[in-house]
Design a protein around this ligand. Structure first.
Ligand SMILES: *Cc1c(COP(=O)(O)O)cnc(C)c1O
Length: 357
């Protein structure tokens, strides 16, 4: 740290992304990327013509992509904001709407805490229930920015849109942000509530179900005034926040909706299979509506399992906070990757110290 750093930032604990190792080819089940490539029509965007156009700035309004997204989800382009990954949208939302502080679940996406700290916000963290489920009533009448990942991460557990409804209903004077990064894997979207509540912001990403984590593209749906507030921050920081290639890739992605629906169905089927296998091996596995499983085994420490898997070329995500350190979060890969994963877990469990379990 230099002596020049703004004082308020010296104690900031930055977000720690999952490992992105560049040294060897792991089976990568640690950051919830898609194991499948983008649709063929999306790959065709990466041609010489698009390359030559890179000399020009992109459209800062993202008009064409907003129209496509609005069309796909039955809303208006004025309801859409585009971000450089949904992380950027979360950042802007905390900055824009966090004046009275923020509240989110104790166990959730780790970045919420970072943004709260970054903007010196009064942050309230509400514990999940014993079984890791989320009680929406806890978030009623909070009168501050409410942030809920639904399905939640890293648990994968979801609540219904009907349960969520009471949150915007009882927080009329603050924004309720629903982070739907994983909604395409079996959750229920709150998009239909957008028309009803002018304080609801639904945030989504192309990173998980749309095979575009490397493209950095997220979007939010909300009341046009909320969208204009986010745009005010966009135009005050980086008007060209989405690069030209990513805008084009995003549009082709929206047009290939059927391809991605089929992939989500495949991932959900592999999730069902993997959960069944893990349970047969004695794991406790939370009910997941996301493209990952959160699982622990009574016979092996979470960190130890993570280490042993890594030694054998498989990366999963381990978190060190005490409530969840027995668990690992396992991204659902292809069926054959999951077969290798399950077989490797069997080997680890049957080796050495775990023989009698
Ligand atoms: C992955 C993830 C994001 C961020 O995704 P981007 O790649 O920045 O679009 C946001 N929220 C949750 C809960 C996530 O898991």
């Amino acid at each position: 740290m230099s002596r020049f750093l703004r004082q308020s930032l010296t104690a900031l604990d930055a977000y720690t992304p999952g490992e992105q190792p560049q040294d060897m080819a792991y089976i990568k089940l640690n950051t919830n990327e898609s194991p499948y490539p983008p649709a063929p029509a999306v790959l065709q965007v990466l041609n010489r013509e698009q390359g030559e156009l890179l000399r020009l700035y992109p459209d800062p309004t993202g008009k064409a992509l907003k129209e496509s997204l609005a069309g796909l989800y039955g809303l208006a382009p004025e309801n859409v904001f585009l971000g450089n990954g949904s992380d950027e949208i979360l950042n802007f939302a905390f900055l824009a709407f966090g004046q009275r502080g923020a509240v989110f679940p104790q166990i959730s996406y780790g970045f919420y805490q970072v943004y709260g700290q970054l903007y010196n916000m009064d942050v309230r963290k509400i514990p999940l229930k014993e079984d890791f489920s989320l009680n929406c009533r806890d978030y009623c009448g909070q009168n501050r920015l409410v942030v809920i990942a639904n399905p939640n991460a890293p648990t994968g557990m979801a609540v219904s849109a009907e349960e969520i409804r009471q949150i915007p209903e009882t927080n009329r004077d603050s924004v309720v942000l629903i982070d739907e990064a994983y909604v395409d894997f079996g959750g229920e979207s709150c998009l239909p509530l957008i028309r009803e509540f002018d304080n609801l912001l639904v945030v989504r990403t192309f990173s998980k179900s749309r095979c575009l984590a490397g493209g950095r593209l997220g979007y939010a749906f909300g009341n046009p005034e909320l969208i204009r507030d986010l745009e005010k921050i966009q135009y005050s920081t980086n008007p060209y926040n989405i690069n030209r290639l990513t805008l084009a890739l995003g549009q082709a992605t929206v047009e290939a909706e059927d391809y991605y629906r089929a992939l989500c169905a495949r991932i959900m089927e592999s999730r069902r299979w993997t959960k069944e296998q893990l349970e047969a091996l004695g794991f406790a596995v939370l009910p997941s509506q996301a493209n990952f499983l959160f699982a622990k085994h009574p016979g092996i420490d979470g960190l130890e399992l993570y280490r042993q898997l890594k030694q054998r070329g498989i990366l999963v995500r381990h978190f060190t906070s005490p409530e969840i350190c027995q668990y690992n979060r396992i991204t659902i890969g292809t069926r054959s990757q999951m077969e290798v994963f399950v077989n490797t877990v069997k080997q680890i469990l049957s080796g050495g110290a775990y023989e009698n379990l």
